[in-house]
Write a protein that binds this ligand. Sequence first.
Ligand code: SF4
Length: 232
Amino acid sequence: MHHSSASNRDAKRKSIEMLDRVGIPQPDQRINDFPHQFSGGMRQRAMIAMGLINDPSLLIADEPTTALDVTVQAQILDLLRELQREFNSAVIIITHDLGVIAEMADDVLVMYAGRCVEYGTAKEILTHPEMPYTWGLLSSVPDVTASTDARLIPIPGTPPSLLNPPTGCAFHPRCAHREKVPGDLCFTELPELSAAKGNAAHVKRCHLPDPDAIYRADVLPEIAPDLVKDNR
Ligand code: SF4
Protein backbone atom coordinates (compact mmCIF):
# COMPACT_ATOMS: atom_id res chain seq x y z
CA MET A 1 0.00 0.00 0.00
CA HIS A 2 2.95 2.32 0.65
CA HIS A 3 4.10 1.92 -2.97
CA SER A 4 0.71 2.06 -4.68
CA SER A 5 -2.68 3.65 -4.26
CA ALA A 6 -4.33 0.32 -3.43
CA SER A 7 -7.10 0.35 -0.86
CA ASN A 8 -7.06 -2.07 2.04
CA ARG A 9 -9.44 -4.38 0.22
CA ASP A 10 -7.46 -4.24 -3.07
CA ALA A 11 -4.17 -4.85 -1.25
CA LYS A 12 -5.58 -7.92 0.46
CA ARG A 13 -7.07 -9.27 -2.78
CA LYS A 14 -3.79 -8.78 -4.61
CA SER A 15 -1.85 -10.39 -1.75
CA ILE A 16 -4.08 -13.47 -1.91
CA GLU A 17 -3.60 -13.62 -5.69
CA MET A 18 0.18 -13.40 -5.30
CA LEU A 19 0.26 -16.12 -2.61
CA ASP A 20 -1.78 -18.27 -4.97
CA ARG A 21 0.59 -17.44 -7.86
CA VAL A 22 3.64 -18.58 -5.89
CA GLY A 23 1.97 -21.87 -4.97
CA ILE A 24 0.66 -21.37 -1.42
CA PRO A 25 -2.41 -23.62 -1.04
CA GLN A 26 -5.64 -22.04 0.31
CA PRO A 27 -4.16 -18.56 0.15
CA ASP A 28 -7.35 -16.85 1.35
CA GLN A 29 -6.94 -18.69 4.66
CA ARG A 30 -3.15 -18.82 4.86
CA ILE A 31 -2.90 -15.05 4.49
CA ASN A 32 -3.86 -14.81 8.16
CA ASP A 33 -1.15 -17.23 9.32
CA PHE A 34 2.05 -16.25 11.13
CA PRO A 35 5.45 -17.06 9.59
CA HIS A 36 6.07 -19.87 12.11
CA GLN A 37 3.00 -21.63 10.72
CA PHE A 38 4.69 -21.96 7.28
CA SER A 39 7.42 -24.40 6.26
CA GLY A 40 10.80 -23.00 5.13
CA GLY A 41 9.88 -23.41 1.46
CA MET A 42 6.51 -21.71 1.95
CA ARG A 43 8.15 -18.80 3.78
CA GLN A 44 10.48 -18.42 0.83
CA ARG A 45 7.49 -18.44 -1.55
CA ALA A 46 5.77 -15.79 0.58
CA MET A 47 8.94 -13.65 0.44
CA ILE A 48 9.01 -13.95 -3.35
CA ALA A 49 5.33 -12.92 -3.45
CA MET A 50 6.13 -9.88 -1.28
CA GLY A 51 9.06 -8.99 -3.52
CA LEU A 52 7.07 -9.18 -6.75
CA ILE A 53 3.71 -7.77 -5.69
CA ASN A 54 4.45 -4.25 -6.92
CA ASP A 55 5.95 -5.32 -10.27
CA PRO A 56 9.55 -4.29 -9.55
CA SER A 57 11.99 -3.95 -12.43
CA LEU A 58 14.64 -5.60 -10.23
CA LEU A 59 14.24 -8.38 -7.67
CA ILE A 60 17.16 -9.00 -5.29
CA ALA A 61 17.05 -12.51 -3.82
CA ASP A 62 19.61 -12.87 -1.02
CA GLU A 63 20.46 -16.56 -0.47
CA PRO A 64 16.97 -17.66 -1.65
CA THR A 65 17.73 -21.37 -1.24
CA THR A 66 19.78 -21.42 1.97
CA ALA A 67 18.50 -23.89 4.60
CA LEU A 68 16.09 -25.54 2.16
CA ASP A 69 16.39 -29.20 1.25
CA VAL A 70 17.37 -29.89 -2.36
CA THR A 71 13.86 -30.74 -3.57
CA VAL A 72 12.36 -27.51 -2.20
CA GLN A 73 15.46 -25.67 -3.44
CA ALA A 74 14.77 -26.85 -7.00
CA GLN A 75 11.10 -25.81 -6.69
CA ILE A 76 12.05 -22.32 -5.50
CA LEU A 77 14.54 -21.90 -8.35
CA ASP A 78 11.94 -23.06 -10.89
CA LEU A 79 9.47 -20.59 -9.42
CA LEU A 80 11.97 -17.72 -9.57
CA ARG A 81 12.75 -18.53 -13.20
CA GLU A 82 9.05 -18.74 -14.12
CA LEU A 83 8.19 -15.48 -12.37
CA GLN A 84 11.18 -13.70 -13.84
CA ARG A 85 9.81 -14.45 -17.30
CA GLU A 86 6.24 -13.61 -16.35
CA PHE A 87 7.00 -10.31 -14.56
CA ASN A 88 9.93 -9.43 -16.80
CA SER A 89 11.95 -8.34 -13.75
CA ALA A 90 15.73 -8.56 -13.68
CA VAL A 91 16.86 -10.80 -10.81
CA ILE A 92 20.05 -10.54 -8.77
CA ILE A 93 20.67 -13.72 -6.81
CA ILE A 94 23.17 -13.45 -3.97
CA THR A 95 24.49 -16.91 -3.17
CA HIS A 96 27.50 -18.98 -2.14
CA ASP A 97 26.12 -21.93 -4.07
CA LEU A 98 27.81 -22.27 -7.45
CA GLY A 99 25.35 -25.03 -8.37
CA VAL A 100 22.57 -22.42 -8.17
CA ILE A 101 24.65 -20.05 -10.27
CA ALA A 102 25.33 -22.73 -12.90
CA GLU A 103 21.60 -23.34 -13.20
CA MET A 104 20.24 -19.80 -13.00
CA ALA A 105 22.65 -17.04 -13.92
CA ASP A 106 23.34 -15.26 -17.20
CA ASP A 107 26.11 -13.14 -15.67
CA VAL A 108 28.18 -13.68 -12.54
CA LEU A 109 29.96 -11.17 -10.31
CA VAL A 110 32.26 -12.77 -7.73
CA MET A 111 32.88 -10.63 -4.65
CA TYR A 112 35.58 -10.89 -2.01
CA ALA A 113 36.13 -8.51 0.92
CA GLY A 114 33.56 -6.09 -0.46
CA ARG A 115 35.06 -5.84 -3.94
CA CYS A 116 34.31 -7.37 -7.31
CA VAL A 117 37.15 -9.83 -8.01
CA GLU A 118 35.80 -11.39 -11.19
CA TYR A 119 32.93 -10.68 -13.56
CA GLY A 120 31.70 -12.26 -16.78
CA THR A 121 29.02 -14.44 -18.30
CA ALA A 122 28.15 -17.50 -16.21
CA LYS A 123 29.59 -19.73 -18.93
CA GLU A 124 32.86 -17.83 -18.98
CA ILE A 125 33.21 -17.74 -15.18
CA LEU A 126 32.40 -21.43 -14.82
CA THR A 127 34.57 -22.65 -17.68
CA HIS A 128 37.47 -20.16 -17.79
CA PRO A 129 37.74 -18.63 -14.29
CA GLU A 130 40.89 -16.54 -13.87
CA MET A 131 40.94 -15.62 -10.19
CA PRO A 132 42.11 -17.90 -7.35
CA TYR A 133 39.14 -17.08 -5.10
CA THR A 134 36.77 -18.20 -7.88
CA TRP A 135 38.90 -21.33 -8.26
CA GLY A 136 38.54 -21.98 -4.52
CA LEU A 137 34.76 -21.62 -4.70
CA LEU A 138 34.57 -24.03 -7.63
CA SER A 139 36.93 -26.59 -6.05
CA SER A 140 34.97 -26.65 -2.78
CA VAL A 141 31.70 -27.77 -4.42
CA PRO A 142 31.03 -31.42 -3.51
CA ASP A 143 31.23 -33.83 -6.45
CA VAL A 144 28.60 -36.58 -6.29
CA THR A 145 30.54 -38.64 -8.82
CA ALA A 146 33.75 -38.63 -6.74
CA SER A 147 34.81 -41.70 -4.75
CA THR A 148 33.48 -41.87 -1.21
CA ASP A 149 36.90 -41.29 0.35
CA ALA A 150 37.57 -38.15 -1.73
CA ARG A 151 37.84 -35.14 0.56
CA LEU A 152 36.41 -31.69 -0.07
CA ILE A 153 38.96 -29.04 -0.93
CA PRO A 154 38.09 -25.99 1.19
CA ILE A 155 39.54 -22.50 0.90
CA PRO A 156 41.94 -22.28 3.86
CA GLY A 157 41.57 -19.57 6.51
CA THR A 158 38.65 -17.24 7.12
CA PRO A 159 37.30 -14.10 5.42
CA PRO A 160 39.20 -10.96 6.44
CA SER A 161 37.92 -8.25 8.74
CA LEU A 162 36.68 -5.35 6.63
CA LEU A 163 37.65 -2.97 9.45
CA ASN A 164 41.26 -3.99 9.02
CA PRO A 165 41.57 -5.55 5.55
CA PRO A 166 44.84 -7.14 4.38
CA THR A 167 47.24 -5.00 2.37
CA GLY A 168 47.60 -5.60 -1.38
CA CYS A 169 45.22 -8.25 -2.67
CA ALA A 170 42.68 -8.92 0.10
CA PHE A 171 42.75 -12.62 -0.77
CA HIS A 172 46.53 -12.99 -0.35
CA PRO A 173 46.51 -14.55 3.18
CA ARG A 174 44.43 -17.45 1.79
CA CYS A 175 45.77 -17.68 -1.75
CA ALA A 176 47.69 -20.83 -2.73
CA HIS A 177 49.01 -19.14 -5.89
CA ARG A 178 50.52 -15.90 -4.57
CA GLU A 179 54.09 -17.28 -4.88
CA LYS A 180 53.59 -17.50 -8.65
CA VAL A 181 53.38 -13.70 -8.88
CA PRO A 182 56.78 -12.00 -9.31
CA GLY A 183 58.01 -9.85 -6.40
CA ASP A 184 55.71 -9.00 -3.51
CA LEU A 185 52.89 -7.49 -5.58
CA CYS A 186 50.20 -9.65 -3.96
CA PHE A 187 51.19 -8.35 -0.52
CA THR A 188 51.56 -4.69 -1.41
CA GLU A 189 49.37 -3.75 -4.40
CA LEU A 190 45.65 -4.07 -4.84
CA PRO A 191 45.20 -5.53 -8.34
CA GLU A 192 43.04 -3.45 -10.70
CA LEU A 193 40.17 -5.08 -12.55
CA SER A 194 41.61 -6.08 -15.93
CA ALA A 195 40.31 -7.91 -18.97
CA ALA A 196 40.82 -11.65 -18.91
CA LYS A 197 42.84 -13.13 -21.77
CA GLY A 198 41.08 -12.61 -25.10
CA ASN A 199 37.76 -11.46 -23.65
CA ALA A 200 37.10 -7.84 -22.76
CA ALA A 201 33.70 -8.71 -21.26
CA HIS A 202 35.36 -10.91 -18.64
CA VAL A 203 37.35 -9.05 -15.99
CA LYS A 204 39.37 -10.24 -12.99
CA ARG A 205 41.31 -8.68 -10.13
CA CYS A 206 44.54 -10.66 -9.87
CA HIS A 207 48.28 -10.19 -10.53
CA LEU A 208 48.88 -13.71 -11.92
CA PRO A 209 50.57 -13.40 -15.34
CA ASP A 210 49.11 -16.59 -16.90
CA PRO A 211 46.13 -17.72 -14.83
CA ASP A 212 44.68 -19.89 -17.59
CA ALA A 213 47.72 -22.22 -17.60
CA ILE A 214 47.60 -22.62 -13.79
CA TYR A 215 43.85 -23.21 -13.90
CA ARG A 216 44.10 -25.97 -16.47
CA ALA A 217 47.07 -27.71 -14.87
CA ASP A 218 46.29 -27.41 -11.14
CA VAL A 219 42.69 -26.40 -10.55
CA LEU A 220 40.47 -27.95 -13.22
CA PRO A 221 41.11 -31.56 -12.05
CA GLU A 222 39.73 -30.61 -8.60
CA ILE A 223 36.39 -29.26 -9.87
CA ALA A 224 33.16 -31.27 -10.01
CA PRO A 225 32.71 -32.15 -13.72
CA ASP A 226 29.04 -31.06 -13.76
CA LEU A 227 29.99 -27.46 -13.05
CA VAL A 228 32.43 -27.11 -15.92
CA LYS A 229 31.25 -29.74 -18.38
CA ASP A 230 31.88 -27.57 -21.46
CA ASN A 231 35.54 -27.30 -20.63
CA ARG A 232 36.74 -30.90 -20.33
S1 SF4 B 1 46.58 -11.16 -6.72
FE1 SF4 B 1 47.95 -12.65 -5.79
S2 SF4 B 1 47.06 -13.13 -3.82
FE2 SF4 B 1 45.48 -12.13 -5.04
S3 SF4 B 1 44.39 -13.78 -5.98
FE3 SF4 B 1 45.93 -13.16 -7.45
S4 SF4 B 1 47.69 -14.50 -7.01
FE4 SF4 B 1 46.32 -14.65 -5.26
